[in-house]
Design a protein around this ligand. Structure first.
Ligand code: NAG
Ligand code: NAG
Ligand code: NAG
Length: 344
């Protein structure tokens, strides 16, 4: 699709577009009060909204702005579709930079878009790191798996080959509810800068795009003083007609900071299990209700020996995020990451 066609679509589907100068375009998006996702580049007081857009256009890493209409405080950020802020959202407007282009070239695209006219989108975070068209940062990026019509926003870690996050839980951000319905787990919930679940449909479309992905787990504990890592190779999630069944080819533990295997060990393996939520439960043991989250539960009263979607705190082992193998039923995590890297 060429640039003029794309622009028309954008114009007809957006809330408001501001042209801050001849070359750059901004799209108004949402402001959420949540855990601020970081990425603040600079702030300047007593500027107009137009001045704020111009400031963003002339600042190399700027990708969106948060403008306070009352105080005229202009904040520039390097990431994200929407503005996340831990302050009151009244009187604030958020604009995402679409492009900084002249008639021939785009000097800056939204993160994840590339090409002279921002006409391409990376397929996943590994693709972005390999093509070197992204900043070397952990940052929210747009991706479009080649088998998908939709551009989605994900959190990428572009170091070490490029990881696509499918789940982040962090005690530094306000807890969000993970005891949700089937359709919420399918669509995804939370915000990319803070605690979130990417959504089964998005996860499936990323995995379906290339044959070989590894899921990396990062479990942090002792108030972030310690962490453990492991790798589930050949990780795949089927589509909705198969109820997003999980499959894992092999487990590889980290030699010096092992997690142990709570997902595919012997008779407690979740390999081949469908996803379950309290309103669509394939566990036959009310596991989603008891454990308070969606997950690939066993058809067994044990339900799960490693559930990373449970509540972040509570006395109850079942309904709290937990990991059994090698950790003696640990529930006191400070953060959990589930992220994908493409192999080959
Ligand atoms: C698998 O389970 C057995 C028995 O509970 C345990 O001894 C072993 O350490 C587990 N393996 C891994 C890799 O966690
Ligand atoms: C999760 O939500 C369902 C539906 O509201 C409820 O029945 C169940 O008790 C909840 N589970 C937990 C552990 O909070
Ligand atoms: C872990 O929890 C399970 C289920 O509550 C229990 O059967 C098991 O004994 C616990 N293991 C440890 C090491 O605490």
């Amino acid at each position: 699709m060429d640039r003029s066609v794309r622009l028309i679509i954008t114009l007809s589907s957006c809330l408001a577009i501001v042209l801050s100068n001849r070359y750059s375009k901004f799209l108004q998006t949402k402001v959420f009060k949540d855990c601020a996702g970081g990425g603040l580049l600079s702030e300047k007081i007593h500027v107009s909204l137009l001045g704020c857009n111009k400031l963003c256009s002339s600042t190399d890493d700027c990708r969106r702005i948060l403008f306070d209409k009352e105080t005229q405080l202009c904040s520039l950020y390097d990431r994200g579709e929407n503005c996340l802020t831990d302050i009151d959202v009244n009187n604030k407007v958020c604009f995402r930079m679409l492009t900084v282009c002249d008639e021939v070239n785009c000097e800056r695209c939204p993160i994840g878009y590339y090409g002279d006219t921002c006409q391409h989108v990376i397929e996943d975070c590994t693709d972005g790191a390999r093509k070197s068209v992204v900043p070397m940062k952990t940052i929210a990026s747009f991706i479009r798996p080649s088998n998908s019509l939709h551009v989605i926003e994900v959190l990428c870690d572009f170091y070490y080959g490029g990881y696509t996050f499918i789940n982040i839980r962090s005690m530094r951000c306000p807890e969000i509810n993970f005891n949700r319905t089937w359709s919420e787990y399918v669509r995804g919930f939370g915000y990319r800068g803070g605690n979130h679940w990417l959504g089964l449909e998005n996860i499936h479309s990323i995995l379906d795009n290339h044959p070989s992905f590894t899921l990396q787990l990062y479990l942090s504990y002792d108030n972030s003083a310690s962490f453990a890592l492991s790798y589930y190779r050949g990780f795949y999630v089927r589509d909705v007609t198969d109820n997003y069944k999980i499959s894992i080819a092999s487990f590889l533990d980290h030699p010096s900071v092992p997690t142990g295997d709570s997902l595919t060990n012997g008779s407690y393996s979740i390999n081949g299990r469908p996803f379950s939520t309290y309103d669509r439960d394939y566990s036959n043991n009310n596991c989603p209700g008891r454990f308070g989250s969606g997950w690939w539960y066993l058809d067994d009263p044990v339900c799960s020996r490693g559930n990373l979607n449970g509540r972040t705190s509570g006395d109850n082992f079942e309904s709290t995020w937990h990991w059994t193998e090698n950790m003696g039923n640990r529930t006191d995590f400070s953060a959990i990451h589930m992220k994908l890297i493409r192999i080959g």
